[in-house]
Design a protein around this ligand. Structure first.
Ligand SMILES: Cc1cc2nc3c(=O)[nH]c(=O)nc-3n(C[C@H](O)[C@H](O)[C@H](O)COP(=O)(O)OP(=O)(O)OC[C@H]3O[C@@H](n4cnc5c(N)ncnc54)[C@H](O)[C@@H]3O)c2cc1C
Length: 409
């Protein structure tokens, strides 16, 4: 059994490591010619960290990431709405990590190269065609110079991200990218520690929101590499996205300075933080409609290729890791076509529910609820929203996405 994996992102590399751990032959083919630390911050939740810990990666994650202690939701004036301990601080047996997406990918890439061997972790090869055969599959990968490289295996997994070639091949009539009219501006810069250096904040109102969290040790003592995202509705939700969404499209502070100026957080000067950020990226908040099926014979999809979701609720990378676990387990139990079908039957509905909840705003709906009732702030939160209302939103999402704190036995 040899499994071909197109895409060396978080999902594809995790799958490769899990298959290797189960003694299943596999190889990863990544389109990018060079693995560079692209992107900015990402959060990985305890249920996915448990899987990475089983692969022996906890020390490597600790070396480059931050164990997140708490997440606080606030209004745009910094008044607290809800505080959630995270990871081990919430009673999970595993931490949550806030981490640079490029550092996470590098940890996985290095582990995969060391364990599978460089011949099985290839870069500069873009999936461009596939041929089904009686007992297997042949995939064609195109190199930068145009040469075609053919590989045979018993199954092909498209872990090739939001613009997946394999998804297009399987679903040529897919409705395409969906944009909800929200634009995000993102960046990370070295900044003095706030609130212990391991706290995440989501603050805002009905106009704009800020997501703030440290993702690595800083370059100077007393600082952290601090990730920020500002997002606001700028367009008609029915309109096509303003530009092909890419994780490295440059943004300009002038386009969103008015949103920054509305934020008054007592513990951090948000305008100064953003003003000090050298590289600002912009990214329309996009996903795709859930697919009716992911698997056709020996072909299947995984991670963002299967279920891109809005980045609310810290779930994109985590759900890709859970996909990998499920697929690796099924492949260890049964022949490839049956395994791929069983995997899709399990993960399809689970991830479609997260996509749907993220479209409703995910757990960040607590901010919208309070902003609607008290747009200019509040004296006593209890006059604005009940604990039951807020609990139902936050805990309901955690249960749906599979990271609710286990009940004490
Ligand atoms: C460059 C980049 C930066 C990102 N930055 C952030 C971020 O800052 N914050 C955040 O929350 N999320 C970010 N994401 C998305 C996040 O990584 C994913 O939502 C999540 O980790 C799920 O991972 P995935 O492996 O399914 O997809 P991805 O991480 O998107 O990985 C897909 C991989 O497939 C490769 N690929 C694409 N087409 C082909 C092909 N035809 N053949 C072979 N390989 C192919 C891509 O180069 C990529 O390495 C980023 C994604 C990318 C690609």
């Amino acid at each position: 059994m040899r499994i071909l994996i197109a895409g060396g992102g978080v999902g594809g590399l995790t799958l490769a490591l899990m298959l290797h751990a189960r003694g299943i032959d596999c190889a990863v083919f990544e389109a990018a010619a060079e693995i560079r630390p692209l992107g900015v911050g990402i959060n990985t939740l305890p249920h996915s960290i448990r899987e990475l810990a089983e692969l022996g990666l906890l020390p490597a994650l600790d070396a480059v990431g931050i164990r997140t202690r708490q997440l606080t939701y606030m209004n745009h004036l910094g008044q607290e709405i809800w505080r959630d301990p995270r990871g081990r601080f919430a009673g999970h047996d595993m931490p949550q990590f806030s981490i640079h997406r490029g550092h996470l990918q590098t940890v996985l890439w290095q582990a995969a190269t060391a364990r599978l061997g460089p011949a099985n972790v290839r870069q500069g090869l873009r999936l461009s065609d596939v041929r089904g055969e009686a007992h297997g599959v042949t995939a064609c990968f195109t190199a930068a110079d145009g040469t075609i490289h053919e590989e045979s295996g018993c199954a092909l997994v498209g872990a090739d991200g939001i613009h997946s070639w394999l998804r297009r091949h399987l679903h040529p009539d897919d409705g395409g990218i969906r944009w909800n009219g929200i634009q995000m501006w993102r960046g990370a810069t070295d900044w003095p520690v706030f609130d212990g250096g391991d706290a995440m904040v989501i603050a805002g109102d009905a106009v704009a929101k800020l997501v703030l969290y440290p993702i690595a040790a800083g370059a100077r003592p007393g600082t952290r590499l601090t990730n920020w995202v500002i997002y606001a509705r700028v367009g008609d939700p029915q309109a096509p996205p303003p530009a092909r969404e890419s994780w490295s499209r440059r943004g300009a502070l002038a386009d969103f300075r008015h949103l920054v100026d509305r934020l008054r957080l007592p513990f951090i000067d948000v305008a100064a933080l953003i003003g000090a950020t050298a590289d600002i990226f912009e990214f329309p908040m996009c996903d795709r409609d859930p697919l009716p099926w992911w698997t056709q014979g020996r072909l299947t999809l995984l991670g963002d290729a299967a279920h891109p979701m809005y980045p609310v609720g810290s779930n994109g990378a985590s759900q890709a890791v859970l996909d990998a676990r499920c697929l690796a387990d099924r492949l260890a139990e049964m022949p490839a076509p049956a395994a791929l079908a069983a995997y899709a039957a399990e993960r399809g509905p689970a991830t479609a529910a997260v996509v749907a909840s993220n479209r409703m705003g995910g757990p960040e709906r607590v901010i919208g609820l309070v902003a609607e009732r008290a747009p200019d702030g509040f004296g006593d939160l209890g006059d604005v929203a009940t604990v039951d209302e807020l609990t139902a939103i936050v805990n309901g999402y955690a249960t749906l996405a599979g990271f609710a704190v286990p009940a004490a036995s």
